[in-house]
Design a protein around this ligand. Structure first.
Ligand SMILES: Nc1ncnc2c1ncn2[C@@H]1O[C@H](COP(=O)(O)OP(=O)(O)O)[C@@H](O)[C@H]1O
Ligand SMILES: [Mg+2]
Length: 382
């Protein structure tokens, strides 16, 4: 049987939400059917950026953000349904990742926190909604991330070559797929989050389109060396991180006076190189040959400069967008959460313990029924 699921992904770039319509077949395979993207209004993006980097936030602010995001996610679902002409009843369920406000797998006790009220999504759409995927993995001793690796393996694994799936969102994460071997996956460092912020400080655009600005600069070797000395790059997996760690404050602290001495475009070029070098080192860490092919997804796959630098850093690897393998780059992570929702409804695990370090496979998330009435109303007479 084939059923339709919608995945909602709002990642560490805090740029908006991707709503991805998928068809999932009885054997668990998936096809992406349609996609719609809703950008966050500027004030919301700004509030989220502040929420991620400040230590204190008032309950009221947090509650308002949670509610506004829930409304926006529901709007994204409606926009996607309008676009496709489908009724809500045609959708089996929504899988909503939510917006991470704080990911702290190293805290004691560890936690991860996503907002974007899923009750509102269920109420506004009438569709069963699965949300809060990460906390169960954390509760089971895992990093809570990355969670898309199982989907990457199912969708992009090959029997005749080694592949790496690289997601270039706010943070970069890699899934290593070697035929016949367990999947390896982990966050490998910052990607767009620092480049977006640096770009916004110097231009009125939300990001450095195609990496055109970075291309005009030259990476500064000293700054790059300083940034790469961060212990995160040397840590063995499982590991995960977020923009609350690789923040503008981190760049300021670690980059120090170099940030004032180097031209802004050279810093942008250095941040692009930091992304590339983080990925290259992550692969080196695996002590195997570089992958035969690297399939890149996430918004960073559209950054031509970054893609060219990656290809240059990995001369023995074919670097290409997941688009060439059936799923447009911007839709992969959304599709992953549609797939994870289907697994949860089927009572199947969504995490890979070998990736997250959890004690075992777990059925992830909570299910919020979309229907407005039960078979027996609470006030009905017996
Ligand atoms: N044409 C482009 N050129 C350069 N960067 C791009 C382009 N399109 C998208 N991006 C980058 O991708 C980011 C969004 O990627 P996305 O996969 O949505 O990340 P996340 O999952 O963290 O939200 C943007 O913030 C931007 O940095
Ligand atoms: Mg995004």
């Amino acid at each position: 049987m084939t059923e339709r699921f919608i995945g909602l992904m709002s990642g560490t770039s805090r740029d908006g939400v991707d709503a991805v319509l998928t068809e999932i077949h009885g054997d668990g395979t998936l096809q992406v059917v349609d996609h719609c993207q809703l950008d966050y209004p500027e004030d919301l993006a700004q509030e989220l950026a502040t929420a991620a980097t400040t230590e204190t936030l008032r309950y009221r602010q947090l509650g308002t953000l949670d509610a506004r995001l829930g409304q926006l996610f529901a709007r994204a679902v409606h926009a996607l349904l309008d676009q496709t002409g489908l009724a809500p009843t045609a959708i089996r369920a929504i899988g909503s990742h939510g917006q991470t406000v704080h990911h702290a797998p190293d805290a004691e006790p560890p936690f991860t926190w996503q907002i974007g009220d899923p009750f509102r999504i269920a109420e506004a759409t009438g569709i069963d909604t699965v949300a809060q995927f990460r906390p169960r993995d954390i509760a089971a001793g895992g990093e809570g991330a990355p969670l898309a690796c199982g989907f990457h393996a199912m969708q992009f694994g090959a029997t005749d070559e080694t592949r790496a799936v690289l997601n270039l969102g706010g943070i970069a994460n890699v899934t290593w797929l070697q035929p016949g071997q367990p999947v390896i996956g982990f966050d490998c460092g910052p990607a767009n989050t620092l480049m977006d912020d640096w770009n916004r400080r110097h231009h009125s655009t939300p990001f450095d389109h195609d990496g055109a600005w970075a291309r005009t600069g030259t990476p500064d070797p000293e700054l790059l060396t300083r940034l790469l000395e961060d212990p995160f790059f040397r840590r063995s997996p499982p590991k995960s991180t977020g923009p609350e760690y690789f923040s503008p404050g981190w760049l300021r602290r670690v980059g120090g006076d170099r940030l004032d001495r180097v031209r802004p475009e050279d810093i942008q070029a250095t941040l692009a190189e930091l992304t590339v070098e983080g990925v290259r080192r992550a692969l080196e860490h695996l002590h195997t040959r570089p992958p035969d092919r690297m399939l890149v997804c996430g918004g960073g796959a559209h950054n031509r400069h970054l893609m060219q630098r990656l290809a240059r850093a990995l001369p023995d690897t074919r670097v290409e967008s997941t688009e060439r393998h059936g799923v447009p780059a911007q839709q992969v992570e959304g599709a992953a959460f549609a797939w994870l929702a289907a697994r949860t409804l089927a009572g199947e695990s969504g995490n890979l313990p070998e990736v997250t370090g959890a004690r075992g496979p777990r059925v992830l998330g909570c299910i919020i029924p979309g229907g407005t009435r039960s078979a027996r109303h609470a006030s009905a007479a017996p």
